[in-house]
Ligand binder design. Structure first.
Ligand SMILES: Cc1cc2nc3c(=O)[nH]c(=O)nc-3n(C[C@H](O)[C@H](O)[C@H](O)COP(=O)(O)OP(=O)(O)OC[C@H]3O[C@@H](n4cnc5c(N)ncnc54)[C@H](O)[C@@H]3O)c2cc1C
Length: 448
């Protein structure tokens, strides 16, 4: 393939920046990734990615997308001890909005999932990017992009050493704290409209070594609900240690110590899990993180945008992390970027913003409906009036999925972003839900 660009600069070497660099390495003579954080030589947590200390669920779709960007990634992760969930129902306990899915039955169409810790996934990807011949990853902070007003385009970046580095393409993969909206305003462009949902989430996580043989599960999730405002997500990672993350929704305080984590587990997880947890040994300090607001910056709606730069990853959209979709959606953005740059069309930023909006919309809509209807979140944005009733109907769907494995399977596949990004059941499944709930209701009435 011909090289359309001489030099691309990527700001940020987290998952977003690394995926963008991978794609651009095929269409640029040279790619330089600048990262302000010191990058460890192994799978370790980083100060600038504090969320890495909390559970990161890699959706089955995300695993597929990362594998297509970095062939061999999944096998290498498994070789490095990353648990694989081939027989998912036996390994997973999954509760959503107060409903425990009926996955005790064998699912008809099982799918493979992987459980790498966030530092492991990032390191595996980072070492692959470091091995790409025309990509350099440099430890330094970018002060700001350089904007040429006469040409209406970004022409490089200014580093914190005061060095100016020219580039014909700059990618802002600086995460949700990006300053791109501020820079746009400074250069005379409109800031993007921001769709936001105040989710008021607070995370508290503890790594726990649980004695071998006590648990068959690798993934244990009990989402929060109106009634139970603290949820748990516990994952068994490659180092043989469980990361137990608790999270309060709508400003509910999560546990502050291990005893409180165990108390939450007693309340909302199966007895065998909370008993195993109590036999476990907490390792290291607890980690805390606040996530007040989900945010989608609507670059797709801007009429004017400078050439030579585009935002990527969480810099565009940061989803409620308790749904576990951010990394997968970043990988999907990378697929969008590949299509746009390989088409050779001009207006990369505009085309990417449009295609990313297309893939973001269904997933954003699903999380917003869930948050507003089931998680007591609020928003000052105008949302369609059907969001809340649809959320309540979905609650009924999840209720039926507790005892109907067909509905549970459908939900798990869609939640994992497989098959389609739209969490919209067919008329056949809606009918099945109604019939199932009617039967339960009649049985209850008869036995009352
Ligand atoms: C608490 C929490 C839990 C989460 N759980 C999940 C989960 O279960 N599953 C999931 O899929 N996703 C999850 N996510 C989302 C996931 O972490 C992100 O989607 C993912 O990290 C992609 O982000 P990114 O690369 O765009 O940005 P980030 O990971 O935020 O990285 C931005 C990078 O840019 C660098 N940078 C910033 N400014 C500069 C600068 N000026 N110069 C140089 N470098 C700079 C930073 O140092 C950092 O390395 C979670 C997020 C949070 C907050």
């Amino acid at each position: 393939m011909g090289r359309s660009y001489k030099h691309a600069i990527v700001i940020g070497a987290s998952l977003g920046g690394l995926c963008a660099a991978r794609v651009l390495s095929d269409v640029c003579e040279r790619v330089t990734v600048y990262e302000r954080d010191e990058l460890p030589s192994g799978p370790e947590n980083r100060a600038a990615v504090p969320q890495g200390r909390h559970v990161h669920l890699l959706m089955a779709r995300g695993a597929q997308e990362f594998e297509s960007l970095f062939p061999g990634l999944l096998d290498d992760m498994v070789a490095d001890g990353v648990p694989i969930l081939e027989n998912r129902p036996d390994c997973i306990y999954f509760g959503a909005a107060g409903h425990v899915l009926g996955t005790a039955h064998r699912l008809q169409d099982e799918f493979t999932a992987y459980v790498p810790s966030r530092p492991m996934l990032e390191w595996q990807i980072r070492r692959r990017v470091l091995a790409i011949e025309n990509v350099d990853v440099v430890h330094t902070s970018v002060t700001e992009p350089v904007y040429d007003a006469a040409r209406g385009r970004v022409t490089g970046v200014l580093l914190d050493s005061d060095e100016m580095v020219p580039a014909d393409l700059v990618v802002d993969a600086a995460g949700r704290g990006t300053r791109l909206p501020v820079w746009l305003e400074k250069w005379g462009y409109p800031r993007p409209q921001e769709d936001t949902v105040d989710v008021g989430i607070a995370y508290a996580s503890q790594r726990v070594k649980i004695p071998d043989g006590l648990l068959a599960e690798k993934v244990v999730v009990a989402g929060a609900s109106h009634e139970q405002r603290v949820g748990v997500g516990a994952l068994f990672y490659e180092d043989g240690v469980w990361n137990v993350t608790t999270f309060g929704i709508a400003k509910a305080e999560p546990p502050q110590d291990f005893a409180q984590i165990c108390a939450v587990a007693d309340e909302i997880l199966p007895a065998h899990f909370s008993s195993a947890l109590r036999q476990g040994t907490p390792l290291g300090e607890m980690a805390f993180h606040k996530y007040p607001t989900s945010r989608w910056r609507r670059y797709d709606k801007l009429d004017r945008f400078p050439d030579g730069i585009f935002p990527f990853g969480d810099a565009v959209v940061s989803f409620n992390p308790t749904f576990g979709q951010g990394m997968t959606m970043t990988a999907i953005q990378a697929g969008n970027l590949r299509k746009v740059v390989e088409s050779g069309a001009p207006d990369v930023a505009k085309r990417l913003a449009k295609s990313t909006a297309k893939t973001t919309y269904p997933v954003w809509m699903m999380t917003v409906i869930g948050d507003l209807a089931l998680h007591d979140a609020t928003t000052t944005d105008e949302t369609p009036r059907w969001y809340k009733p649809v959320g309540s109907l979905f609650d009924q769907f999840l209720g039926a999925a507790e005892t109907d494995p067909v509905l549970a399977e459908w939900f798990l596949r869609r939640f994992s972003l497989l098959d389609s990004l739209y969490m919209v059941p067919s008329a056949r499944l809606v009918g099945r839900t109604i019939r199932h709930n009617m039967k339960l209701w009649l049985a209850e009435k008869r036995s009352a």
